[in-house]
Design a protein around this ligand. Sequence first.
Ligand SMILES: [Fe+2]
Ligand SMILES: [Fe+2]
Length: 281
Amino acid sequence: MSETIRITVLVENSVHRQGLVGEHGLCFHIQSGEHSLLFDTGQTDLAVINTETLRLPLHRVEAIVLSHGHYDHTGGVPAMLEVVPEARVYLHPAAFENKFSHNHAGPARKIGMSDCVAQAIRHHAGGFIETTARTEIMEGVFATGEIPRATTYEDTGGAFFLDAEGTRPDPLVDDQALVIDLGRSIVLLLGCAHSGVVNTLNHVWQLTGGKPVSAVIGGLHLGSASEGRIQQTIARLRAAQLEMLAPAHCTSLPATAKLWSAFPDLCRPAGVGTVFEFKRD
Ligand SMILES: [Fe+2]
Ligand SMILES: [Fe+2]
């Protein structure tokens, strides 16, 4: 009998249903039979609040996978771990590093995880697991670990640094995606895709022996992308023969519009409260 995989958007920049609240950040709740996990946690306790509104059984969350160390993906960890202290946290060790943005004039902005988040991850009951390479989270779900940077036209998507002075660029090696295996195809969840979505798709292709990706959901971080990069990204997504694409969070409005124009039949919104359902063979 086929099993239903249910993905609920708990935090995103936009809102899909009345009564829910959005923020700049991302958090997905993934339900697979009796098992459930989170991919990212948003930047505040909003994921917990939205979960209560949606009446989702949060106490069953067994694992929290963090896509990378940025505050808008990790800030909700302490509030979440108060509810599910036994949940295992999966993250790349570089997610703990100091992270800064110099995107705007003026002083550097601290955009890594706060000390409070790092403490919560390091000291909660469920423990944490470092994901430098592919790591199984539960049956049919794995985190990619580090994603090789092979394309010439993709970068991390911003002026990201490991120091406030802006002398050490942050390669964001902590960036990883979540792969949900449906049997015949893959659902790919992205945090910010700082590795580049094409690099991510190519890596997942390698890791799964060429299994087709049927859906891509999450942030593509294309706000500063050149037109050339956008077009190459669209070409790679077209070659993937997706059945669904939900560009969200940090994709940027102009890039989202281009993706919706390129794939009008495939694109879906992914505001808070959106539910995606997939059948596992
Ligand atoms: Fe983000
Ligand atoms: Fe990010």
